[in-house]
Write a protein that binds this ligand. Sequence first.
Ligand code: COI
Length: 337
Amino acid sequence: MSAAAHETAPFGAVFTEKLSMSRWDGERFEEPHLEPVGPIPIHPAAHVLHYSSSVFEGLKAHRGIGGELRLFRLDRHIERMQQSARLLYLPAPDKELLERMIIEVVLEARDAIPQPPGSLYLRPTLIGTEANIGAAAAPSKEALLYVLASPVGDYFSGAIRPLKVVVESHRPRSTPSFGMAKTGANYAAALGLIMEAKHTHAADQVLFAPGGDVQETGAANFILLDDRRVLTKPLDPSFLPGVTRDSVLVIARDLGYEVIERDFTIEEMLEFAESGEAALSGTAAVLAGVGTILHEGRAHQVGGGHVGPNTLRLRAALTALQTGSTPDTHGWIRTIG
Ligand code: COI
């Protein structure tokens, strides 16, 4: 596969040649091995197909300015995968095992890793494979862990452009206790509203704000910012504890912004947006600026409809750190060769 295929394909639709795989037999994960990316035999009664026992992660390997391979916040992503696995009653893989599988895949894909701003998106995935359609109220007794890799560019097509988000003020993205799990079911629950927002309003995403409480979008966390402040909802189990969210907050503090983590309402957001900026943060989204917020049929411009300067500044600071053009003062990078 050529290193430039990601430039023409949609995000996540091209893969490297090999993935790393390990089966769990109910007691232990077997020694992982590399195998060609392709269909995986799975029983039609597999637990994951019926009861959604599936968790995943999304992290990136970047090519550094000196050509070295740099994994961003590997430890944090592994911890979150372990937390998601526990929430789904799947076997949480040891840090050492998952780390080894991720590194093995990156090294194997070395030649397919794009130059910045492209990167290698890594998708560790864990699914329940026990063939038992009666096991609706029991954890899967077998599981499959694999790490898939995809050379990627921008998640939102059209490079850096102002996004349009539609506010959903009734339905939550997930349940109050399950939003913190990175599991397919949460994305499935959000899909209907996202489809509707796309078709009806040509929107990019839905911003979930049940009862007026601004949470996150269907694909990424959400922040408000201006020249002085960054405001975002404090972590709670109802939404995903984003690794990019955390990184952006740390970088913002380093740059002298006041970082405020507190709940805020739709009304406050719309008022803030009159003079400030809004952005989506996530591994795939990086930091993507919002230009329009649609609420109750009315379009509110954010940052004059453009991606704001503070969004661009924080995004540039994040990517500089990821690719090594600024020093890794927080110990976030694992250089692997
Ligand atoms: C990520 O940002 O890693 C995600 O999993 C979001 C997904 C919509 C691509």
